[in-house]
Design a protein around this ligand. Structure first.
Ligand code: HEC
Length: 103
């Protein structure tokens, strides 16, 4: 029983610590991974964090609305990190961001 508790706590630490690092990487991953297709003249229209409200970003990916399977180009962890970034700069956030993908 006690061992289980220790394991559970170790798990939470492992989950909680990288979260801070993920937030910083979100912006970079967004430019690299999403920007590969979503740039001016790219195969998809430009996308900005401020295009949607925070909850809408969550639902968009949770419900698999993206027309192209992103699992082929990025890990789920990378996607989660991008979603975190999108939400931080969503339309209803304190710092909405637009036009961050260079041409
Ligand atoms: C392999 C290419 C590719 C990658 C990588 C990609 N997308 Fe897309 N995305 C598309 C295509 C194609 C469409 C549909 C056509 C369009 O909207 O221009 C689309 C559509 C979208 C839409 C809907 C646009 C709208 O107006 O409703 C959003 C939002 C979106 N992508 C966000 C993202 C985000 C965020 C990432 C990175 C996590 C990403 N995409 C990565 C190709 C890609």
């Amino acid at each position: 029983m006690r061992k289980r508790l220790v394991l559970a706590m170790a798990f939470w630490w492992a989950m909680a610590l990288p979260a801070a690092a993920l937030a910083a990487d979100g912006a970079t991953l967004f430019l690299q991974k999403c920007g590969g297709c979503h740039k001016k003249g790219g195969q998809a229209a430009p996308v900005n964090p401020a295009d949607k409200a925070s909850v809408v970003w969550d639902k968009y990916f949770a419900r698999g609305r993206h027309p192209v399977d992103l699992a082929k180009t990025m890990s789920n962890q990378e996607l989660q990190s991008v979603i975190q970034y999108l939400k931080q700069h969503a339309a209803d956030s304190d710092q909405p961001a637009a036009a961050v993908i260079p041409n």
